[in-house]
Write a protein that binds this ligand. Sequence first.
Ligand code: 5GP
Ligand code: ZN
Length: 121
Amino acid sequence: MTPGSMTAQNCLFCRIVDRQVPSHLIYESDLAVGFTDIKPQAPVHALFVPKRHVHDIQETGPADEASLLELIRAAKKAAKDLGVAESGYRLVINCREDGGQTVDHLHMHLLGGRRMTWPPG
Ligand code: 5GP
Ligand code: ZN
């Protein structure tokens, strides 16, 4: 499947946005939703996605700028709500194969609650 060819109908995160697939929602606005990761890699692990389907960060254009900003705004709020704003956290966007992207709808990870290592694997 080439980037951008997946329709919203068979996209897992579009289905989460539409409540067709259950998730633990922690944030919602006109432009974005946030929910906890099904396989957490840290004590705090949440995902933030634009409501409008876009395959990955490389595919975004001027029409996505407001929702990109919203992902960061949402993550900052969630970091506070989930108690990691002071201790710190990591925001990650994996892009395509070498970036380790496994779900083909742009998403940003919020990871916190433990000391992150560098470089990432
Ligand atoms: P990626 O590897 O694409 O950057 O991240 C995809 C993330 O989505 C992974 O951390 C994975 O655990 C999470 N994930 C995959 N399927 C589901 C699901 O059905 N529900 C939730 N909440 N997270 C999922
Ligand atoms: Zn989608």
